[in-house]
Design a protein around this ligand. Structure first.
Ligand SMILES: Nc1ncnc2c1ncn2[C@@H]1O[C@H](COP(=O)(O)OP(=O)(O)OP(=O)(O)O)[C@@H](O)[C@H]1O
Ligand SMILES: [Mg+2]
Length: 277
């Protein structure tokens, strides 16, 4: 029962790629070890998790669960074959998202405002995930949350529900300020409630031969401690190719087998599996 949020308020740093590959990798790992259940929650109205897995959400959306209009059973995509409307991956469950989440958050904000006026603090936006999903927490061995770049009013709810976070940071194509921007960003996350002592920083788009990228890695290790920095995910076209190939994760896209990003995500899976159970 471990809830891991994949967060970074910057766009395009590899959050969805990380959430999807981690969730699928954990499900595979559980299958090898007697079975288990992994839940992937898409909190981004872009709805990229379903696309990345090649799954049809069939009108399901996290928004219906958050507003209380639907039950978990009604919004979840089961781990059954895709021909039965499932994720097609044993042990992997998905709560998909869609642009309807934007409206749902507005609805929740209005309710929040009204309940504050009526002094009913229990019905709060800040704990909406725990309210709606708390009783199912023990039904899953791992829950991975893919966050949008702008978590906004749901920030509190995600941190309140999560045990820890993975923060992907893009190490390539930085300007000369290098790790300083990452530090500033991570400090902002900490102010918002991120507990860095139990979280992992995941360098993404890593170019091992780029001196600046190596320097960023060293700076991050000095700032947060070497053991808070996960094995870097190398930049590779195979990541996009796997996605383009009809929504396959790196663990099932054959040309990705044995390639550096697949190995690195495999290491992340091992680490999360061993550390966070
Ligand atoms: N290691 C990598 N090497 C090459 N391309 C990658 C890598 N990781 C992710 N990408 C690609 O970069 C793009 C952005 O990745 P992704 O969608 O995971 O980022 P994100 O942080 O979720 O973005 P957003 O903030 O928009 O949600 C995608 O097209 C993805 O395929
Ligand atoms: Mg994303």
């Amino acid at each position: 029962m471990s809830v891991i949020a994949v967060v970074n308020q910057k766009g395009g740093v590899g959050k969805t790629t990380t959430a999807v590959n981690l969730a699928h990798g954990l499900a595979r790992k559980m299958n090898q070890n007697g079975g288990g259940r992994v839940l992937l929650i898409d909190m981004d109205p872009q709805g990229n998790c379903a696309t990345a897995l090649g799954v049809n959400p069939n009108g399901r959306c996290i928004s219906q669960l958050l507003t209380g209009h639907r039950s978990l059973k009604e919004v979840i995509i089961q781990d059954t074959p895709q021909t039965n409307g499932g994720t097609g991956r044993k042990g992997l469950f998905l709560i998909p998202s869609s642009e309807r989440l934007v409206e749902a958050i507005e609805e929740l904000l209005i309710r929040d405002f009204q309940s504050h006026r009526r002094r009913r603090a229990s019905d709060s936006l800040d704990n909406v995930l725990s309210q709606r999903l708390g009783s199912f927490r023990n039904a899953f061995d791992f829950t991975v949350i893919d966050c949008p770049p702008s978590l906004g009013t749901l920030t509190e709810a995600v941190y309140e529900f999560s045990d820890r976070a993975i923060v992907p940071v893009r190490t390539a194509m930085l300007d000369a300020t290098g790790a300083a921007q990452h530090t500033r960003m991570i400090n902002e996350l900490q102010e918002a409630g991120l507990d860095i002592s139990v979280s992992l920083i995941l360098p993404t788009f890593y170019e091992p031969r780029q001196i600046l990228a190596q320097q960023v890695l060293r700076d991050l290790a000095v700032e947060y401690g070497r053991n808070r920095i996960a094995h870097p995910i190398v930049q590779s076209v195979v990541v996009q190719q796997a996605q383009a190939a009809g929504g396959q994760t790196l663990f099932e896209y054959e040309p990705a087998a044995g390639r550096p990003p697949t190995i690195a995500y495999g290491k992340l899976v091992e680490r999360v599996y061993n550390e966070q159970r």
